[in-house]
Design a protein around this ligand. Structure first.
Ligand code: ARG
Length: 584
């Protein structure tokens, strides 16, 4: 159900009937004020300007041709040529009845119509570096990516997750040399690697200070790259343990990534010489001071110097860039992607611009395949500087999430002193993790944001606890009314303005999902859910359900509306990977 699209089609038909060209933009939008109706078509002004004709007269003609019988109760012409559309209440009731029996809540499914084909979307997200522990920088990539993936799947697209883990590169030489010594000293790998951060630091100190160690580390790199079996076993051990650390976090975070989604940098290793060969053959990569580089004229600086993209180091080693070129080829050819979406922090924006340009030129990325790098801003501390521990270290994600649950426990305990410890733990888990996720997901993706425990755990404002509370409040209404939510999918009556506002919101879910998947902006869904909850709260105040003197019909209609809100909230939060509970 996409009202905007439906009205756009109807208005366009009227515009064409009034003599305007087929490609006229009806410019439909949701009205900002109730006196402007529910939707507004503003396209007449632009069309009149082009034709150098009087907009008001043109709008009159369009309105005469506009057939919204049964859909709109009133069509008004306003100002220089705005067309205000007031939707008919009975039509809204019918639409609600339709979405109420649809398990996708009225959101159209790809493939339902010829114009809306299923797309194969490759989504590259999370991608921690396995040499170290996952830190807060990977939080954003993981949860934003996962929300977009779930939204795509909800709409019916085919999604292929790609966890492009950093499991390769020279730092592994140092780590493997250190690990090998530990195993020699009879330490168990799991114990040695229980704290990856500490392990990395120890290895680094040895690399910098211990005689001979750096040479051994370099030896390991050569052995690893040449496929030496012992070295590969050692590497695999390291990787497995590090992946297990990440998986623990995925589980805590309630994200959908599994081991099968891992396609780390190492997986491209064998293809890298072929990438260089292809680039060289095509004359794209050239020798420069011993290294292989691509000069990108299209990205020249203001002095006309081309952007330099190194694809092979002077010693013959490959880089992050080479791997990403190989990934482009794999994703377009083998995975048959229609669209590739990559989530990393904004500092990698230049890298992906270069990758795309070179990959397109080299034919690794055909024109019909979309390539969207979706950058995001940084998480900042209260001091406005990048989020760090009190001593200035990087914050480990695992510790941050544990702290969220502890803090949520305090908040919930205060509200519900009667909760058992078990119940408290269960609710705190959902609220704490939900709060961290929602606080992040609700921010404009590209800006930096300040991480603040107090605001994210508040029951007021756009927060996970607020939404989770709204959900459980509706459940308690059903419980008090003694009705099953499943029996509430019909009998809608829209009378009060609060009911109408709520109905409209419910029917706008598809628009929001489309925004989220086109622009990769889960914050649009966060806003939507917050507005939906707020509208519900206003509705509940204005239109009592359980008070004495309410007719059975009104009571049922209001319960039915509430049931639809409850479903949308639950589904919406599920797309964000946030759990709800019956009682909190
Ligand atoms: N491992 C990288 C990092 O932590 C992110 C990888 C993103 N994906 C890619 N195809 N380069 O910064």
């Amino acid at each position: 159900m996409n009202i905007k699209q439906l009205l756009s089609e109807k208005v366009l038909a009227a515009m064409v009937a009034a003599g305007l060209p087929e490609d006229t933009n009806p410019a439909l939008s949701i009205s900002t004020k109730p006196q402007f109706g529910d939707y507004q078509a503003n396209g007449v002004m632009g069309a009149a300007k082009k034709l150098k004709t009087n907009p008001r007269e043109l709008a009159t003609k369009v309105v005469e041709q506009l057939d919204l019988d049964g859909i709109a109760s009133k069509i008004e012409l306003a100002g220089p040529g705005f067309i205000n559309i007031h939707l008919d209440q009975h039509w809204l009731e019918q639409q609600l009845a339709t979405i109420a029996i649809d398990e996708k809540l009225g959101v159209a499914q790809r493939g339902d119509s010829a114009a809306d084909k299923v797309q194969t979307v490759v989504v590259d997200y999370s991608a921690p570096n396995l040499a170290k522990e996952m830190h807060v920088g990977h939080l954003r990539s993981t949860i934003i990516g996962d929300a977009v993936v779930r939204a795509l799947e909800f709409r019916g697209d085919k999604v292929i997750r790609q966890n492009h883990m950093g499991d390769w590169g020279t730092q592994f030489g140092m780590l493997l040399a250190h690990l090998s010594d530990k195993l020699q000293a009879n330490e168990v790998a799991e114990t040695a690697l229980s704290d990856l951060e500490a392990f990395y630091r120890e290895a680094k100190v040895r690399f910098d200070d211990e005689e001979g160690f750096a040479d051994r580390a370099r030896d390991y790199v050569v052995k690893l790259q040449s496929g030496d079996a012992d070295c590969a076993t050692l590497w695999q051990q390291f990787i497995d343990i590090s992946i297990a650390h990440s998986e623990e976090i995925y589980q805590k975070l309630n994200v959908t990534l599994t081991r099968d989604d891992i396609m780390g940098e190492s997986a491209y290793n064998d293809d890298l010489p072929k990438v260089i060969e292809a680039l060289t053959e095509q004359g794209l990569a050239v020798e420069d001071q011993g290294a292989k580089v691509v000069f990108i004229e299209e990205m020249a600086n203001k002095d006309g110097e081309p952007s330099v993209f190194i694809v092979q180091k002077s010693g013959g080693g490959y880089l992050y860039s080479t791997t990403d070129l190989s990934a482009c080829r794999y994703r377009s050819n083998k995975l048959a992607a229609d669209r590739i979406v990559i989530f990393t922090d904004a500092r990698q924006a230049l890298h992906f611009k270069q990758v795309e340009l070179v990959a397109r030129k080299a034919g690794f990325l055909p024109e019909h395949v979309g390539y969207d790098h979706c950058p995001f801003g940084m998480m900042m501390g209260d001091d406005g500087k990048p989020f760090k521990t009190r001593t200035g270290g990087t914050v480990k994600l695992a510790e941050l999430l544990d702290e969220a649950v502890v803090r949520a426990k305090d908040v919930i305990k205060e509200k519900n002193p009667d909760y058992s410890d078990e119940k408290l733990t269960e609710v705190a888990q959902k609220v704490g993790i939900g709060a961290v996720k929602f606080a992040d997901l609700s921010k404009n993706r590209t800006s930096d944001y300040v991480f603040n425990w107090k605001t994210m755990l508040s029951f007021e404002g756009a927060t996970a606890p607020y939404l989770q509370y709204a959900y459980s409040r509706i459940q308690s209404i059903f419980a008090k009314a003694g009705v099953e939510q499943a029996n509430l999918a019909s009998g809608f009556v829209i009378e009060a303005e609060q009911e109408k506002a709520l109905a409209l919101k419910l029917l706008q879910l598809e628009d929001v999902i489309d925004l989220v998947i086109n622009d990769c902006t889960p914050n649009m869904l966060c806003n939507y859910l917050y507005e939906l909850s707020s509208l519900f709260m206003s509705f509940y105040e204005a239109c009592p359900i359980l008070k004495d003197g309410i007719s059975e019909q009104s009571k049922h209609a209001r319960l039915a509306l509430s049931a639809q809100v409850s479903k949308a909230l639950k589904q919406g939060l599920d797309i964000l990977g946030i759990d709800v509970m019956e009682r909190m």
